[in-house]
Design a protein around this ligand. Sequence first.
Ligand code: SF4
Length: 312
Amino acid sequence: MKHLFGPVISRRLGISLGIDLLISKTCSLDCIYCECGKTKNLTTKIREYVPTEDVIIQLREFLKDRPKLDVITFAGSGEPTLHNGIGKIIKFIKTEYPEYKIAVLTNSTLFYLKKVRKSILDADIIIPSLDAASEETFKKISRPEKSIRVNKIINGLTALRKEYKNSIILEIFIITGINDNKNELDLLKNACLKISPDLIQLNTLDRPGTEKWIEPASEEKLMEIKTFFRPLKVQIIQNHNYITKRSNKGHVNIPDAVISSLSRRPSTIEDLSLSLGINLKDVKKIINALLEKGAIISEKSVTRGIFYKKRE
Ligand code: SF4
């Protein structure tokens, strides 16, 4: 199931089957906090990065027994709206498996294009990100492909809001010393008032990002920002510890599920246990075997201990 991953427990969405439409790592941005590592293919070119039909075949196979899922999520190793088959895949799920909700995690950079907005109108939840509203801060955080401008993103999101009837949850990633100052927050708040999302979620670093010097925002700072954004509806994304346990039913091959998960995001043993529903002892065994084989590497973080990720 090369193009599917999980199901994992998502902090925001519950039990989520992931669809990855990109080849690692293809994106229109190269965010300093990205947990998928540095962008190798920095592009705005919309094309069929992986065969649409292959994704549909894999979905048909995975969903044939109607597994219990809260959502099917377009995410993974890059920006999903760069794939020109996303609309067709959403239509396929909605027609054949209407009981499943669909979420799209996106960096918002292509919403200035009507055809991109149109392609995801049937999704149930869109979670776009907007981390800055000034060009200078946007460039510092997102290191965009050269044609991208933050104003174009804000206008694209505003147009999406007018055309899209379901839920838009706008994510803002707060980085200490970069986008947490009064000036940037003023601009961001104005942009959010214009976009008018259903909800804003404040996020901050809880695992290693691409750049090691990034500092997560404190809970107090996030609370302060939440208050500052009133009357907009704002939520702080809960810490990973709030995830509840479940048992693993969906994975035929557990080591494959672990490696597939680590190829998309660095995780601790506890994260893997919780997100994949595998007990801690078994995860430790798999991790040790993968370390011995040299398939993964470990990295110590200041906040949450040792993270593991797939060797490139
Ligand atoms: S965080 Fe998202 S938008 Fe930013 S580089 Fe990573 S995949 Fe791309």
